[in-house]
Design a protein around this ligand. Structure first.
Ligand SMILES: [Zn+2]
Length: 220
C-alpha cells in the first residue's frame, strides 16, 4: 500500500506525538481484532505439521498436577506441548498455542522448564504473536518515512520489554518454587543465564527480569 505524501506526514506527526508504546499498541490491538481464532487454530495445525517434518520432536502430555498449576496461574493449557532436540542450549518458544521446550531444558529441572512453559503460555493467552503481526504491518507501512521508523523501533522495544516482563510475571506462578522462592528463583535464572538472555531489542536483561520476578513473588 502506497501512502500519499500528506498521509505520510500525518503518520509521522502522529507517531512523534504518541507516548512511547502507544502507536505499536494500537497496531497490535487492531491486528488482534482482525485475526480470528479459527485462523489461529489453522496456523497452529500448519505449524505442527511442518515442525514434525523438520525437527525431531515428541508431544508430551500434561499431568493433572501441572494442569492444576496452570489453572491456578490463570494460564490456558497449550494446544500442544512438545519437546524437541537441541544443541544443548536451553530454549523454549511458542507458535499459536503450540509450546516447544528444548530437550536440555525439559529434562534438567522442573522449575525452569515449568517457568518457560508458563512464560510461553502468557504469550498465547494475550495473543502477543498476533499483535506483532500488526506491529510489523505498521513498520512496513511507515518504511518510506525514516523519522517515523526511529520512533517505531523505540516503541517496539518498549512494548516488547513490557510483554516479556508480563510473561515472566505470569509464568513464575507455574513452577513449584518450594518453601524458599529465592532459592527457586536461583534455580530458575541459573538455567537461563547466558548469551541468549542478554538484553536485546526484544528481551530485557537478566537482572531486570530477576527484579521483576522477585517483586511479583513478594506481592503474593
Ligand atoms: Zn517471551
Amino acid at each position: 500500500m502506497e501512502l500519499s505524501e500528506a498521509t505520510g506526514q500525518a503518520f509521522t506527526m502522529a507517531a512523534e506525538l504518541l507516548p512511547p508504546g502507544m502507536g505499536v499498541c494500537l497496531a497490535a490491538a487492531v491486528a488482534k481484532s482482525m485475526f480470528r481464532p479459527e485462523h489461529e487454530a489453522e496456523y497452529a495445525e500448519r505449524f505442527w505439521k511442518t515442525m514434525q517434518k523438520k525437527v525431531d520432536c515428541s508431544e508430551i502430555s500434561i499431568d493433572q498436577k501441572l494442569a492444576h498449576r496452570l489453572e491456578q496461574a490463570g494460564l490456558p493449557t497449550p494446544r500442544r506441548l512438545f519437546v524437541y532436540e537441541d544443541d544443548g542450549e536451553p530454549q523454549a518458544f511458542h507458535s499459536y498455542g503450540n509450546v516447544g521446550i528444548s530437550r536440555s531444558l525439559w529434562s534438567e529441572d522442573d522449575v525452569p522448564a515449568h517457568f518457560a512453559l508458563g512464560h510461553e503460555l502468557s504469550h498465547y493467552k494475550h495473543r502477543d504473536e498476533v499483535g506483532w503481526l500488526g506491529v510489523e504491518q505498521l513498520r512496513t507501512l511507515l518504511e518510506p518515512y525514516p523519522a517515523t521508523t526511529v520512533q517505531i523501533t523505540e516503541q517496539e522495544r518498549v512494548l516488547s520489554h513490557f510483554i516479556e516482563h508480563r510473561a515472566d510475571r505470569e509464568g513464575v506462578h507455574v513452577p513449584d518454587l518450594g518453601f524458599d522462592p529465592e532459592i527457586g528463583l536461583m534455580r530458575l535464572m541459573g538455567a537461563f543465564l547466558g548469551g541468549e538472555w542478554a538484553a536485546s531489542r526484544s528481551h530485557p536483561d537478566t537482572v531486570d527480569r530477576w527484579d521483576v520476578l522477585r517483586s511479583e513473588l513478594k506481592q503474593e
